[in-house]
Ligand binder design. Structure first.
Ligand code: SAH
Ligand code: SF4
Length: 368
């Protein structure tokens, strides 16, 4: 690889068009190349028909088309979840997950190698922070999943098996992206926004900003910045406790951004965007799953445009807690309903390959 080349996947379509036009090539080539790479999975500029030789050379000198190599791929026994381990420059590894839920295909991708936020029950937090991902590395994970779904990446026999389980498999498209993999997306704000900009453009992966959901531990300045953005991404906020003291014990980042400041930023977001927020709540038996706790959540969120996503704790090697029982989760939901708060209990999928929420550890030890 020539040292000063950059990844093709880090640039937005307008940036790429400007690159073409600056070199005095007709701008129509931007669309041809974009479609070849994103829609047909082309991996070499010289294979793209109709490009002038001089343009091919210029492209080869400036960009590389390789995605971060896959170090491992694991498929859940039910065929609905696949986990990919991507090797990054510098030796770090991150994971992404392809999920099929009720006919919809979603990619869950990482924004950082490791995480600096240190939530006690999270495998990524347990391993500490290595580095931010570039926009190209975030885009690369989505492009990989998109190619698997389109059938233009080496998919292996298990894809056919998983596909056979879904009547819509032949017409499947990647529809949604959730930034809920490894890392804290609002701690890597610019790269995440650049990646969304690359991915939303037509003739490519073409996933509109409204099909992205970004989950944050509660980085208050990032929530405020997101509220002021033109991009209509959905916001999920990881709450886990309804008092500052209990929250800080589970989520150390709460010491930097206390609960009252977080709630103020959430209200600012709702008012500014005129849309609701998903609040995530990892249910840990005997810790934050009592009816009293649910009443406290109800009082905290009452009157807000909020939906609560309850996630029964997934096992990780560094935290001893147990997941809430289904009956307690139901009771929790019933209390939230008294406050007019809709809630869901997240389906437990991919646990057999450690692809559940909070289980992604890259090269770490939580190998499921
Ligand atoms: N850093 C972001 C996004 C990644 S984590 C955030 O914290 O929101 C995605 C979700 O999984 C978060 O709600 C997180 O709290 C939750 N989670 C982490 N570890 C978990 C575990 N062991 N079991 C269940 N959910 C977990
Ligand atoms: Fe980081 Fe999110 Fe895990 Fe907390 S839950 S350590 S913020 S990835």
């Amino acid at each position: 690889m020539i040292a000063d080349r950059t990844s093709f996947f880090g640039q937005t379509r307008p940036e790429f068009k400007a690159w073409i036009v600056d070199r005095e090539f007709p701008e129509v080539h931007a669309k041809t190349i974009w479609s070849a790479v994103y829609l047909r999975g082309e991996g070499r500029f010289e294979q793209i028909a109709t490009l002038p030789r001089r343009l091919v050379t210029a492209l080869q000198e400036s960009f590389f088309l390789e995605l971060p190599p896959l170090a491992q791929e694991r498929h859940s026994a039910d065929g609905f979840t696949r986990k990919y381990l991507h090797s990054l420059e510098g030796g770090q590894q991150v994971e992404s997950v392809l999920m099929r839920f009720s006919g919809r295909v979603t990619a869950c991708v990482s924004s950082q190698a490791g995480c600096a936020m240190g939530c006690v029950f999270c495998a990524t937090g347990q391993q500490g922070f290595s580095r931010h991902l570039s926009a190209a590395e975030i885009v690369g994970q989505v492009v990989h999943v998109d190619r698997v779904v389109r059938g233009s990446a080496a998919a292996g026999p298990a894809l056919a098996k998983a596909g056979a389980a879904s009547p819509h498999a032949r017409h499947e498209r990647l529809r949604n992206v959730v930034l809920m993999g490894m890392g804290e997306p609002l701690h890597n704000y610019d790269a995440v926004m650049q990646a969304i900009e690359v991915l939303r453009y037509p003739h490519g992966v073409a996933i509109g900003a409204e099909h992205f959901t970004l989950s944050t531990v509660g980085v208050v300045p990032g929530i405020r910045r997101l509220a002021d953005e033109p991009r209509p991404v959905h916001l999920a906020v990881s709450l886990h406790a309804a008092t500052q003291e209990e929250r800080a014990a589970l989520v150390p980042a709460a010491r930097a951004w206390p609960l009252d400041e977080l709630m103020e930023a959430c209200r600012y977001y709702c008012a500014k965007r005129d849309r609701g927020i998903f609040f995530e709540w990892t249910l840990i038996e005997g810790r934050n799953d009592s009816p009293e706790e649910a009443h406290a959540v109800g009082r905290l969120l009452q009157g807000m445009q909020a939906q609560v996503n309850l996630i029964p704790l997934n096992p990780t090697s560094g935290f001893a807690g147990a997941p809430t029982r289904p009956s307690a989760a139901k009771r929790f939901q019933a209390v939230l309903a008294e406050y007019g708060l809709p809630s869901t209990v997240r389906q437990r999928r991919g646990i057999d390959v450690a692809a559940g929420c909070g289980q992604l550890a890259g090269a770490g030890t939580n190998r499921g």
